[in-house]
Design a protein around this ligand. Structure first.
Ligand SMILES: Nc1ncnc2c1ncn2[C@@H]1O[C@H](COP(=O)(O)OP(=O)(O)OP(=O)(O)O)[C@@H](O)[C@H]1O
Ligand SMILES: [Mg+2]
Length: 158
């Protein structure tokens, strides 16, 4: 596994970084987000979803567990995005009832609190870990991935 580390000095830096990452994404990609409450998982997902071309509000799926973003009929080259927040998932197998396996095939899947789904999380996902930085408003981002992802992400920079 490869490990990439970056420091995002403020929210704008987080958005710019997410914009770069968004340009590399395609249907079938799975990205997980770990980090304490308020680390910035949802902000990062929101920036990705906006950068991919969904200009609507991006609420946190805290209670719904899942928010989906689907392209208009005349915009089919835009990938669908399924955004999960599994913090409130009680049993890992309940994730199947959310239809998550359909999303793996047909969308870019973003998952906050992936540990909640236990062994239902497939291998080969991109793992993003966010934590508070030293300065107020700064965040550290650690990306853990296989060689396939590392090649795709080689041009990422802050
Ligand atoms: N550099 C930064 N990157 C991301 N968010 C930042 C940054 N600096 C400050 N913030 C703030 O930190 C908060 C992050 O909240 P967010 O909802 O994204 O956290 P979360 O990790 O999704 O938490 P939860 O586990 O509750 O879902 C926001 O209020 C955001 O404005
Ligand atoms: Mg969140």
């Amino acid at each position: 596994m490869r490990e990439l580390n970056f420091n995002l000095q403020n929210l704008e830096a987080t958005r710019l970084f997410a914009n770069q990452l968004s340009a590399t994404l395609k249907t079938g990609d799975i990205i997980t987000f770990e980090g304490t409450l308020g680390a910035g998982k949802t902000e990062f997902c929101r920036a990705l979803i906006h950068a991919i071309g969904y200009h609507e509000d991006v609420p946190s799926p805290t209670f719904s567990l899942l928010q989906t973003y689907e392209p208009e009929l005349d915009d089919q080259q835009k990938p669908a995005i399924w955004h999960f927040d599994l913090y409130r998932l009680e049993n890992s197998e309940d994730v199947l009832e959310l239809g998550i396996e359909d999303g793996f095939d047909t969308a870019i899947t973003l998952i906050e609190w992936p540990d909640k789904m236990g062994s239902y999380l497939p291998d080969g996902h991109l793992k993003i870990m966010l934590s508070m930085g030293d300065d107020e408003g700064s965040r550290n981002i650690k990306i853990i991935c296989d060689d396939y992802w590392a090649i795709r992400l080689k041009d990422l920079k802050v």
